[in-house]
Write a protein that binds this ligand. Structure first.
Ligand code: HEC
Length: 111
């Protein structure tokens, strides 16, 4: 019984189970000091950039993606991308980040 829980594999699994929700929760807790995102760029940097600037997700800047498409992906999730509910990103902030991404130039060419 205890030998099972003490195995390195079990401990790695346990650590992951504990760390993942904490990483997710740390985002909004840190960002909503006054309960409001500053602007679209702020949301992008604090949320989307963790994946979309790190090649976890595809590049979404510089593609003139329509804002309604972006908001739908964020609210509903899209295959490997998790959905973000209004309790995490309110409608106003979502609209702003969608317009920010839609109008943003492509990042500097990647090697
Ligand atoms: C946990 C990582 C993660 C975060 C955070 C994240 N995304 Fe994604 N996103 C992905 C992945 C992975 C995909 C690709 C899904 C697939 O094709 O399987 C994706 C796909 C997308 C797409 C579709 C792109 C296309 O080529 O059609 C859009 C739009 C998008 N994300 C917008 C956003 C926005 C806006 C945010 C911030 C509010 C955000 N994402 C945050 C991981 C993430």
């Amino acid at each position: 019984m205890s030998s099972l829980l003490n195995s390195p594999a079990a401990q790695r699994t346990l650590a992951l189970c504990l760390a993942l929700p904490l990483m997710v929760l740390a985002g909004p807790a840190a960002a909503d000091g006054d309960g409001v995102w500053k602007n679209g760029e702020n949301v992008y940097a604090k949320v989307c950039g963790h994946c979309h600037e790190k090649q976890v997700g595809p590049q979404i800047k510089g593609r003139q993606l329509p804002p309604p498409y972006i908001t739908a992906v964020v609210r509903n999730g899209f295959r490997a991308m998790p959905a973000f509910p209004a309790s995490f990103i309110d409608d106003n902030a979502l609209q702003q980040v969608a317009e920010y991404i839609s109008n943003a130039p492509a990042p500097a060419a990647q090697p």
